[in-house]
Design a binder for this molecule. Sequence first.
Ligand SMILES: C[S@@+](CC[C@H](N)C(=O)[O-])C[C@H]1O[C@@H](n2cnc3c(N)ncnc32)[C@H](O)[C@@H]1O
Length: 143
Amino acid sequence: MANYEATGMVAQLASQSAYALDNPAARLYTGDCHSILPTLPARSVDLVVTDPPYNIGLEYNDNYDDDQDPAEFLAGLGAALREAHRVLKPAGSLFLFMGAWLQAESLVLLKRVGFNFRNTIPWYNTFGQAQKRKFTPSWTAIH
Ligand SMILES: C[S@@+](CC[C@H](N)C(=O)[O-])C[C@H]1O[C@@H](n2cnc3c(N)ncnc32)[C@H](O)[C@@H]1O
C-alpha cells in the first residue's frame, strides 16, 4: 500500500481548498436540495450519493429539525429522491445512506420512486449513536 505521507500527497491535499475539484467543468452548488435539484436538467447526472439526516433527533448547526414525525420525514425524503431519480441518467446510480431506524422504510421508498434495487451495503462504524436503554447501533445502510 502506498505511503501517502512519504510521497507528500497528504501535505499537497491539505493545502488545497476543501472545494477544489479536479475537473474545471465541474460545478458545486451549495444549498437546499429541494431548491437546487429542480433546477438541474433531467437525465443529466451520473451519480447521486446522499447522506441525508436520519431523523434521530441529532442537533445540526443549522435550523434543520431532525426529530420529525416519521411519515413527514419520509415524505420529504421521497420528494428529494423523486428529484434525484429525475435528474439521473438512465444508467446512473444512487447511493442512499440511512440509519438503522428508517433504513427499511427508505428502501421501500426507493423502490416506489422507481429505482432498481442492486444491493444494500452495511457500513459498519465504530461510533454509533449512544443509547441509554437499548443497544447502540453501529451500522448504517447504504442502499
Ligand atoms: C447526516 S448529515 C450529513 C453529514 C455529512 N455526510 C458529513 O459527513 O459531514 C445530514 C446533513 O444534511 C443537511 N440537510 C438537511 N436537509 C437538507 C436539504 N434539504 N438540503 C441539503 N442538505 C440538507 C443537514 O443540515 C445535515 O447537515
